[in-house]
Design a binder for this molecule. Sequence first.
Ligand code: DLL
Length: 432
Amino acid sequence: MFNPEIESLPLEKLRRLQSERLSQLAAYVYDRVPFYRGTFDQLGLKPSTILNISDISKLPITYKNDLRDHYPFGLLAVPQEEIRRIHASSGTTGKPTVVAYTAGDLEIFAEVNARSLYAGGARPGMKIHNAYGYGLFTGGLGIHAGAEKLGLAVVPVSGGMTDRQLMLLQDFQPEVICCTPSYAQTLAEEVKKRGIGKKALNLKFGVLGAEPWTETIREDVEAGLGIVATNIYGLSEIIGPGVSQEDHEEKGSGSYIWEDHFFPEILDPETKEPLPEGADGVLVITTLTKKGMPLLRYWTNDICNLSYDKSSKRTHVKMSSIKGRADDMLIIRGVNLFPTQVEVLIRDIPELEPHYLLVVSKKGALDRVDVRVEVKSTAMELSQLEGLRTHLMQKIRNNIGLHMDVELVPRDSIPRSEGGKLSRILDLRREA
Ligand code: DLL
């Protein structure tokens, strides 16, 4: 273990530590974050009554919308000058969800990723090929800090440019690779297609996450790259990668949530009441130690279950793989995408109707999304229609960072709501 004392802390002591931290956190956010002071007051809740971790269910739930309503810095608990890093991920509107870290928060970010990489098989002295995106996305820099803390040499290659990735994998001979599972599949396919062969690589471990994946993908990438592949989970709002991680010797039994920092609950998606061990529901996480932008009971929208496995190496709880999401967020090549993000771009173009579909399909190993949208009038020159199409494609690329093909269709050809929920997503992946 990277931090054996904490990772195998007896449960009783872990609960005591969590209780102390939760009680301090309640007072901290009440004093420093007007939004939380308001919700406490509304509920008639005094922070001094939060004494034990079991009091957590008294606290208000925080939703992604609350972050949006306080965009960009309204939920900070420290003065702006104490912030050392800002990250962002996709929000439900055109505006991103912003998160901010103090120097102490960045320490925690490195610590939980060092623990995660160790659990995934990485050891000091190894080299790590980090193909998560560097930038506003938390993946690249989060894994980077963890790897340095653990004592690895980081190759900060970031995402994309597969030719260069394949060259570096052969020339530098890293033992560990980090990227999304879908990108690992692409690399595995290319290794085969180009006759490189996994013997030309020195890879042993893959720490993969940022999007849902299956045992079939695991088998593919393990065979194709010659690795043991484990799951890393996280979300920007909580910290980024390193909220939980699977152990390479306990594959398939769930991912340890680093509970001394992130306290998990599973709630019923409808009633929002806590569900027992093993039951599927929405994962809700409280950041017990973050100072810059701590969150109480953050509703992740990710569906999974928790299990306390007494025979496992660590005392921390394990979460199952993510079984789905309780909202309509898509994850395409690790990029989070809400249909509404495309909708705001369509609404900016007067010649288009606000009726559209996102068509999700598979191209090789990668998922792709294309847009089908209605034009107000097809009585236009062909060149004008083509101009409209490329205009929307460019807007999507510039604002969302994904390449999507746009298909223009006549008015009234896209299904309208018949009273119930209208899905903007046409998912062809299962039929493929
Ligand atoms: O994806 C952080 C991350 C980076 C995790 C690198 C792992 C590796 P966001 O961009 O905020 O943060 O997206 C968070 O992605 O709520 C899940 O729906 C999904 N997600 C992340 N990891 C997994 C995983 C990063 N291992 C959202 N399995 C989350 C399934 C995942 N879904």
